[in-house]
Structures are given as structure tokens and as C-alpha cells.
Write a protein that binds this ligand. Structure first.
Ligand code: PBG
Length: 326
């Protein structure tokens, strides 16, 4: 008996063959666009460390969301930059706070055509830059913070958010938000939990985008240690048990193992956040002509899907949608 020689190159000969046998593809339907809206500005402000990304006015945000709808992008996640910050981050649940105003306008503009997600945290709103209420010793008070997340969730849902996305990594935040939403008549509002979220240095450019300076300390007391993968899984399982409709791993490319393990363990939809630093590295190298930016972006975002994510939050959403076609 003659054994046929294994020749995988046969199926790589033409683009059509490669398309036919591709195991994974990034689709427009997989994209979630992160957008920033800032109170008190007349013109969109570029974010220097995120080339191509701006802080929007409410008016320019409307235009951008129409553009994304035209490109077929199914969802966006909104971050607010308030004109006034305080110790508790109270603009996060003010019905006239910037994100609530923007959500109402967007709901009026696009209805249910685009999924409106709202990042639910207070770091953009606090004067100290932490994701919750501080105790006298500077640590974040978990349970006091849950109470303000509940208020923020209700304000977001009342303003028209389809999905609340708690990102503060407080213990019990998903259960607290779920019961607050249900109690306020928002049982239909879904929760996308930032479930395995690491204390990553890759969030640097994002903090420029939302004008956050952490006055003292860091986020290592609440976000996860990036040496730990099993711990990421237990965070995910806890969030699912608490009622998360969807879960997320963040960042994305440095955490493909966590994405793969999460995919194997849960059946709820799984997202991954290709974060600001991941975008900025590609954009900066591409600007210098050192890499082919769109090619690297496509490769990385496809890898995130290959690892098991159903959708990707990415600052490349509009650009990728253009390349991939609706
Ligand atoms: C917290 C939040 C952060 C990001 C998303 N939600 C910042 C942080 O945890 O420090 C980072 C996103 C990015 O880097 O693109 N509100």
C-alpha cells in the first residue's frame, strides 16, 4: 500500500480555495465600535495617542453613528467625558449627564438599528480617576460602589441603552446591576460583563481619550493580575451565574488563551476588547511605514475570533467594515 503524501499546499493554491476552506472569518457583524462623547465642546477633538479616533460632540456622534449604520456595523459602545468630575462620579447617573443625553439622541436617531451599549463605570466621572468610591486610605470601597453602579445602570437604560457593560471589576457588580435594572422596569436591558479584565498597561491611550489621570495608586486592587488565567475563568463563571447575558475578555490579543478557555467553558456570547494600546501600536507602526496597518489589524482581529470570541470591540470597526463590505 502506498501512502499518499500529505500535501496541505494543494488547498492553498488559489484565493478561492483558501476562501472555501477558511475556518474563521471576521465579518462586519462581529464589530462593535467604541465611541467617545465629550460634554462642553463645539468641535470634535482628536485623541493624539489614538490616530483617527476623536472625542465627539453630540452632533458629530450622531453623524458617526449614521455612518457606522451605513457600513453595517451592528453595535457601538459609548464612553462619556463629563465637563465636571467629582469624588463619586455623579455625572455617571445624572439623567442629563453626557452619556444619557447622547443615548437619548442616538435612540431617536437610529432606533433599534444599531445596538447601543453603554460602558458602565465611574472612572471617567471621578476627580480621582478610580472606578469607584474611595475610602480614606485610598482603596476602592466595593459595596459602596455597587450602589452607584446601580444608579448608573438605571440612568443608562432609561436613556435608551440596549446593553449596560459594567467595566469596573467590583465583586458582585453584575448581580447588583441586574436587580437594579429589573426593579426599575428595565428587565429588557441586557448586561455585557467585562468579566475577565486585566490590569493592563495597554489602556494608556484610552485614558487620554477620556481625560483620566489616576491621582494615586493604580487599578491592581480591582482589575486582574495578568499572570493569572484560571482566575479569569472564575471571574467569567461568577458573572454568568450573576446573570450576565454576554461576557467579555479584555484586552484581546495578549489574552487569546483566556478567550479560548472562556469559549470552552461558557455558552453565552463572548466578546473581546481590542483595546486602545493594541490599536495605538498598530497605528503608530503603520504611520512610520514599518508595518501594513490594515493587514495587521485584520490578522489580529481574526485571531481574536479564531480563539473563540463572537464579537470584537475595536477602534478599527469602521475601517474594517469598509474593507470587509456590509
Ligand atoms: C473603564 C474602562 C477602561 C477601558 C474601558 N473601560 C479603562 C480602564 O479600565 O482603566 C479601556 C479601553 C481601552 O483601553 O481601549 N471605564
Amino acid at each position: 500500500m502506498v501512502f499518499p503524501q500529505h500535501r496541505p499546499r494543494r488547498l492553498r493554491r488559489t484565493a478561492a480555495l483558501r476562501r472555501l476552506v477558511a475556518e474563521t472569518s471576521l465579518r462586519v457583524d462581529d464589530l462593535v465600535a467604541p465611541l467617545f462623547v465629550r460634554q462642553g465642546i463645539d468641535e470634535p477633538q482628536p485623541v493624539p495617542s489614538l490616530p483617527g479616533v476623536v472625542q465627539h460632540t453630540v452632533a458629530s456622534l450622531r453623524g458617526e453613528v449614521q455612518r457606522l449604520r451605513g457600513l453595517g456595523v451592528p453595535a457601538l459602545i459609548l464612553f462619556g467625558v463629563p465637563a465636571r468630575k467629582d469624588a463619586e462620579g455623579s455625572e455617571a447617573w445624572n439623567p442629563d449627564g453626557i452619556v444619557q443625553v447622547a443615548l437619548r439622541e442616538l435612540r431617536e436617531e437610529v432606533g433599534d438599528d444599531v445596538v447601543l451599549m453603554a460602558d458602565l463605570c465611574v472612572d471617567e466621572y471621578t476627580d480621582h480617576g478610580h472606578c469607584g468610591i474611595l475610602r480614606a486610605d485610598g482603596s476602592v470601597d466595593n459595596d459602596a460602589t455597587l450602589a452607584i453602579y446601580q444608579q448608573a445602570a438605571i440612568a443608562q437604560a432609561a436613556a435608551g441603552a440596549h446593553v449596560c457593560a459594567p467595566s469596573g471589576m467590583m465583586d458582585g457588580q453584575v448581580a447588583a446591576i441586574r436587580s437594579a435594572l429589573d426593579g426599575a422596569g428595565h428587565a429588557d436591558a441586557a448586561i455585557l460583563a467585562y468579566a475577565a479584565k486585566y490590569a493592563s498597561a495597554l489602556y494608556g491611550p484610552f485614558r487620554d481619550a477620556v481625560d483620566v489621570t489616576i491621582r494615586s495608586g493604580d487599578r491592581k486592587g480591582y482589575q486582574q493580575d495578568w499572570r493569572n488565567a484560571r482566575e479569569g475563568l472564575s471571574e467569567v463563571l461568577a458573572d454568568v451565574a450573576e446573570g450576565a447575558d454576554m461576557v467579555m475578555v479584555k484586552p484581546a490579543v495578549t489574552y487569546l488563551d483566556v478567550i479560548a478557555r472562556t469559549r470552552a467553558a461558557v455558552s453565552v456570547p463572548l466578546g473581546a476588547y481590542h483595546v486602545s494600546g493594541e490599536y495605538a501600536m498598530i497605528a503608530a507602526a503603520a504611520q512610520r511605514g514599518w508595518i501594513d496597518g490594515p493587514a495587521v489589524a485584520l490578522e489580529q482581529l481574526t485571531a481574536v475570533k479564531r480563539a473563540g470570541a463572537d464579537f470584537v470591540l475595536t477602534y478599527f470597526a469602521a475601517e474594517m467594515a469598509q474593507t470587509l463590505g456590509g
